[in-house]
Design a protein around this ligand. Structure first.
Ligand code: FES
Length: 198
């Protein structure tokens, strides 16, 4: 097996998830309290997440947790955006038409996002749930094709995704990465988990 099978980002995510699960177990040990007033932690687990992206630079990606899932927010460079058109012939679902993880209407476009440069996607592979790793550098490299355009690689079984989270054809993952509901509260602040203003 290659080094990719012990991807540290996946390990980190699994560790975080395990931590959340352990806390949930403690909460359910006091059911009477919980039944009268949902804990702040329980509310937080399903609540929308506000994210300041004002310092996110082109080519950078940050990860936040929403409903126990890693949500990626990435500001793509002009070169990364340009690659999205070039790869479309090699994608399984370039227009995000599949309905297993319905893509919100506002992200049913080539860049799968509201603002062209800012990707918001759940970082969980649609095959068996591993978290893909960043493979932003284009070109030949281990585990990737020689004409690799840059994107994400799922180390578990080799599925690859472009910079919009669209899965390449003939890979184990059946679907593109999920785009969660989200909305811009301002030019630099995102709300993940809701797409309507209160
Ligand atoms: S979980 Fe991603 S390829 Fe299998």
């Amino acid at each position: 097996m290659s080094d990719a099978t012990v991807d540290p980002s996946r390990r980190t995510w699994l560790a975080l998830t395990a931590g959340v699960g352990a806390v949930g177990g403690v909460a359910t040990a006091v059911p009477f309290v919980a039944s009268f007033a949902p804990s702040e932690r329980a509310k937080a687990a399903g609540a929308p997440v506000r994210v300041d992206i004002s310092t996110l630079q082109p080519g950078e990606k940050l990860t936040v947790e929403w409903r126990g899932k890693p949500v990626w927010i990435m500001r793509r460079t002009p070169e990364q955006l340009a690659s999205l058109e070039k790869v479309e012939g090699d994608l399984a679902d370039p227009n995000s038409d599949r309905t297993q993880y319905p893509t919100p209407d506002y992200a049913k476009n080539r860049h799968r996002s509201i603002k062209e440069e800012v990707l918001v996607a759940v970082g969980i592979c649609s095959h068996l749930g591993c978290s893909p790793i960043d493979k932003f550098q284009p070109g030949a490299q281990p585990s990737l094709p020689d004409n690799w355009p840059g994107g994400f690689l799922c180390p578990c079984h080799g599925s690859t995704f472009d910079f919009a989270g669209r899965v390449f054809s003939n890979k184990p993952a059946p679907d593109n990465l999920e785009v969660p509901p989200h909305i811009y509260l301002s030019d630099t602040e995102l709300l993940i988990g809701e797409d309507k203003q209160a």
